[in-house]
Design a protein around this ligand. Structure first.
Ligand SMILES: Cc1cc2nc3c(=O)[nH]c(=O)nc-3n(C[C@H](O)[C@H](O)[C@H](O)COP(=O)(O)O)c2cc1C
Length: 184
């Protein structure tokens, strides 16, 4: 089975994007993949904003990308594009850090006006980094993601179905048999 790096690109401590990715990680794990979560907000700002390529956290993140067969890249939509912290990390990786890798782009946002941000903003960057295969992504409205007091998460049924589909397509592209059950 594949090694998947699941990168959440939100700077927010209560990030919905982060919760959503960790929720989807479970489906990938159930399909037999090794999933490594990476929350960009945990990388020291001094490394990200100071372009410190040699900072241990950047060296470690670069290794995680190199070891992965597949990468989930999740971002909130900020100002009609992907987040600044995600870009700060991508800028510190080698030019072809995604060479030969299968990539699943995901976004959360507040308005369907920016549903195409994955395609006009994120996808070209992933492509420029050599991604071997960028599978169909998905934009989830923030109002469709509910985080409960106990930390559990509910995703609206239509979004659940669409997310299960793109995750399974990603999984298939990585060479596994997707689950038949929808993500809960
Ligand atoms: C600074 C900022 C800018 C935002 N800009 C947009 C935007 O341009 N389009 C949009 O659809 N949503 C926008 N949103 C809403 C977020 O994309 C949405 O709430 C998202 O789910 C937040 O994810 P997070 O909790 O992981 O940070 C913005 C939110 C913030 C805080």
């Amino acid at each position: 089975m594949a090694t998947v790096l699941s990168v959440s690109g939100s700077p927010s401590a209560s990030s919905r994007t982060n919760r959503l990715l960790r929720h989807l990680d479970k489906r990938l794990i159930a399909q037999g993949h090794d999933v490594i979560p990476l929350d960009v907000r945990t990388i020291p700002a001094v490394a990200l904003l100071g372009a410190d390529f040699k900072h241990p956290a950047i060296v470690e993140a670069t290794k995680l990308f190199a070891q992965a067969d597949g990468v989930v890249v999740g971002t909130p939509v900020y100002k009609a594009s992907y987040s600044g912290v995600l870009k700060a990390l991508l800028d510190l990786l080698p030019q072809y850090a995604l060479a030969g890798k299968t990539v699943l782009p995901l976004a959360t946002g507040g308005s369907t006006a920016h549903v195409l941000a994955i395609d006009y903003a994120l996808r070209p960057v992933l492509s420029s980094m050599g991604a071997g295969h960028i599978v169909q992504g998905w934009f989830t409205l923030d109002k469709d993601i509910t985080v409960h007091e106990d930390g559990s998460l509910t995703v609206a049924p239509a979004a659940t179905e669409a997310l299960a589909q793109v995750v399974d397509q990603f999984s298939t592209a990585l060479g596994s048999t997707p689950l038949l059950a929808a993500a809960s």
